[in-house]
Design a protein around this ligand. Structure first.
Ligand code: ADP
Length: 486
């Protein structure tokens, strides 16, 4: 099949979270199982700076907000891309520094409605008229709210490719005003309660859900959860109305980039046979980086608990901050945190790390290399997310022999199996799971994980189960292909 895969972020060109990883891995996995996939994304400044070459292959005159834009399409090359990459270039909209959605001060770009409408219109042109070499997509695969308008615009054509819309996180809705909708001259026929309108405003996410031929999300449990008021962000009614076309397909991990046996970020790459030595070398390198002055021999023998991720309420960062003083007092664990996010959580973690410099290592920032080193060096990985569409970090942890401690929700529930005598015996145990997102439940679960760590033979079985799982994309790509054919 010919698949046009559209996303507003794609690793390694740009990435704010898991979407970037998936938008790189899934098209490549589909290509590896024989599909003809082409990727389309906006030509952000950071993307233009990273690609190896650019060749103009199209030009459109597209309607924006109170103005028309001259938009170019470039075909780009990059050493890590084995599928064709197209960039939608419109300098007034995309040639900006930093985050694709936020201004340097952290607020949304004020013209996001226009930026992602013009992007959607460019995708519509390519989807309907094909590429310069006559290639025509059978499927347009759209991701998250930034691509939500594409299925809506395609629905206005009688001869069109089919559309798939994937929800990576329902919490980010792409909600704008009715005035934006009309100023952008979007189709009046789609402006109704069962269409683009959402509580009097305009929602790009809802457009994706309503107008796509199929909707997927990134885990089976999340597919069920988002149809409930508790996890639906007000969109659960819409999702229930479209539940007949909603499917959950688990994310995989890119085994070229996340494999401890060939990870250039690790001092001593390792397999399940050499995991102890590999993890010890990684821990040594991590301690050397963060705490060159402390007694490393002592720290090397203590359990190290790691976290990499966005420092926001979704990830349960407040729960961790709540329980940390008590865990520090009652255990001998060390902690390492890498993340950026809400200012208040960054500040509170910084204050805690300052108070316990021997026990807490903290980096407020984004570092791909350090993320790999933490996955390898930690003994346990913390992920107490309140909700988690799929989660990639727990999958990386399983792959790196670092049992995750997770809340029983979304993709975490689908991938982490709590350690009990029964799950140890049937070789499924791979981590620690708690049922309610409260500080008390997290503290109890973490304490039992630390206790289990002390039993080396039990621990090594746990690690082996996690490291032996098939977490790659190939099987997942086949599930997407089945949806496309359907
Ligand atoms: P989400 O998409 O909700 O942020 P995921 O677990 O699905 O969460 O994916 C997060 C991705 O972003 C992972 O690849 C993770 O390693 C990466 N990541 C998040 N924060 C950081 C950071 N501060 N430094 C490096 N990588 C990070």
């Amino acid at each position: 099949m010919n698949v046009l895969f559209v996303s507003s972020e794609i690793y390694p060109l740009n990435k704010t979270g898991g979407l970037g990883d998936v938008a790189y891995s899934l098209p490549h996995a589909l290509s590896e199982v024989g599909q003809d996939v082409r990727i389309l994304m906006p030509a952000y400044r950071s993307v233009i700076e990273k690609v190896d070459s650019l060749c103009p292959v199209g030009r459109f005159d597209l309607i924006g907000q109170h103005q028309r834009h001259s938009v170019r399409v470039f075909q780009a090359t990059h050493s890590e891309f084995n599928v064709r990459l197209y960039l939608v270039d419109c300098q007034p909209l995309y040639d900006r520094p930093g985050n694709p959605y936020l201004q340097p001060g952290g607020q949304d770009w004020p013209d996001n409605a226009e930026r992602f409408t013009v992007f959607a219109r460019a995708a519509e042109q390519i989807a309907i008229h094909g590429c310069d070499d006559g290639w025509q997509p059978d499927i347009v695969h759209c991701n998250d709210w930034q691509c939500g308008l594409i299925p809506a615009l395609l629905s206005t054509h009688t001869r069109r490719p089919r559309s798939v819309f994937t929800i990576h996180n329902l919490a980010y809705g792409g909600h704008f005003s009715a005035a934006d909708y009309h100023a952008l001259q979007l189709p009046p026929a789609l402006w109704h309660m069962e269409g683009a309108e959402f509580h009097g405003g305009f929602s790009m996410l809802k457009c994706g859900i309503v107008f796509a031929d199929a909707v997927t999300t990134v885990s089976p449990t999340y597919a069920r959860e988002i149809c409930t008021p508790e996890h639906g962000w007000g969109m659960d009614g819409v999702l229930r109305a479209h539940q007949h076309k909603l499917y959950g397909i688990l994310n995989g991990i890119d085994e070229r980039h996340w494999d401890p046996a060939q990870d250039p970020a690790l001092p001593l790459p390792y397999t399940v046979e050499t995991v102890d030595a590999g993890k010890r070398a990684a821990k040594q390198a991590l301690l050397q980086h963060f705490q060159p002055d402390i007694d490393q021999a002592d720290a090397l023998d203590r359990p190290l608990v790691g976290l990499v991720g966005r420092l926001v309420m979704q990830k349960g960062i407040d729960l961790i901050i709540d329980v940390l003083p008590n865990i520090l007092a009652t255990s001998e664990a060390h902690f390492v945190f890498l993340g950026t996010g809400d200012h208040q959580w960054e500040q509170r973690l910084t204050a805690l790390a300052k108070r316990h410099p021997q026990r807490i290592m903290l980096e407020v920032g984004f570092s791909e290399n350090r993320a790999h080193l933490i996955e390898a060096s930690a003994d346990l990985f913390l992920m107490p997310s309140r909700f988690e569409p799929c989660g990639l970090n727990q999958l990386y942890s399983l792959r790196y022999g670092t049992p995750p401690v997770v809340h029983n929700t979304g993709g975490l529930a689908d991938t982490v199996v709590h350690t009990t005598p029964a799950t140890l015996a049937n070789a499924t145990a791979n981590g620690f799971v708690f049922d309610t997102p409260t500080p008390a439940a997290l503290a109890t679960c973490l304490a039992s994980a630390l206790e289990a760590f002390a039993d080396k033979s039990r621990w090594s079985r746990l690690i082996t189960h996690g490291m032996s799982l098939d977490l790659g994309w190939n099987g997942r790509a086949l599930q997407y292909l089945e949806r496309y054919h359907h």
